[in-house]
Write a protein that binds this ligand. Sequence first.
Ligand SMILES: Cc1ncc(COP(=O)(O)O)c(C=O)c1O
Length: 367
Amino acid sequence: MKVEFSVLRRQYQKYEKEWEEAGLRVMRSGQYILGEEVRQFEEDFAEYLGVRHCVGVGNGLDALWLALEGFGIGEGDEVIVPANTFIATALAVSEVGARPVFVDVDSCFGICADTIERAISKRTKAVMVVHLYGQPCDMDSIMEIARKYHLYVIEDCAQSHGARYHGCLTGTFGDAACFSFYPTKPIGALGDAGAVVTNHLEIANKVRLLRNYGSKVKYQHEQLGHNSRMDEIQAAFLKVALRHEREGTYERQKIAAKYLKEIKNDRLILPRQREETEHVYHIFPIFLAEGFERDAFCNYLRTHKIHTQIHYPIPCHLAECYKELSYHVGDIPYAEQCAASEISLPIYAGMPMEEVEYVIQIVNEFS
Ligand SMILES: Cc1ncc(COP(=O)(O)O)c(C=O)c1O
């Protein structure tokens, strides 16, 4: 049996008629940029989250740096970023000219109040909170520390659509939250798309201007802006994806529950789940126990035709692009350990149960 890491075609086929209707509707409308579809998706997504404002943008990375720019963060400022995240979280900080200050994560892979507090300096303006793998961070203590030091909190929800902390959706805690709708995400478009959500009207208005050349009225440019707009066709697709978020999430949660219950191998460590959270398992990470070689395990899975990925092999502070920040191996130990030992097993809505069972069997037989 061959097990792919993710098969987007299966997700497309499940709602084929709805995707095609949405696409055709836009193609036939003659309106392709910033029209009714984007406006409606923004309204639907804000309502789904229970926030006041949603601004559709080009992708998740743009959402992050447009939000930072919206808060006026730039040169001379520092922003605290978990070292264990996709590089986009850090690149957004660099994009606005600020400096990312990398910190370690807790045993559930999230940034936490202690490490944030130790990294605060006079220049610190904000914290990027990444709900990695689809698991919410410990938002109560993070918000408390952020309020104490008057820091903005920007949630990076690129992996956590539908995830809940103490019953509340991720994306509703911080001063703003940023979403990616890359096709593999829990709510995915059929191309690139992203959004900034916030309860602050001023920030929403600022991001609205910034995404569209600094202009509200055509050819009147109030400030220096950019071009990062969500396409009408992606907004139409996203209304389909949003409608089916729960079904997809339940499917992944079912697979994750099976992995957690049935994977039994002393060489592997299963992921910890934070209490009182709903994890949406965008990614299912497992870790090689100390002393065991990840390459050997990866090769073993490959010979059994099981495709895996690593999220992420190099922690941000050791990325080549950040060498001028002069971090060294050993500076951020737990993030480094995760990077050296993590493997992501296949998990996606539409993954056949026999493939899940095959993965469990092969993983359990690894010796
Ligand atoms: C944690 C995180 N932040 C940001 C992004 C960037 O999103 P996009 O690919 O839409 O630019 C991603 C995308 O994979 C991500 O995983």
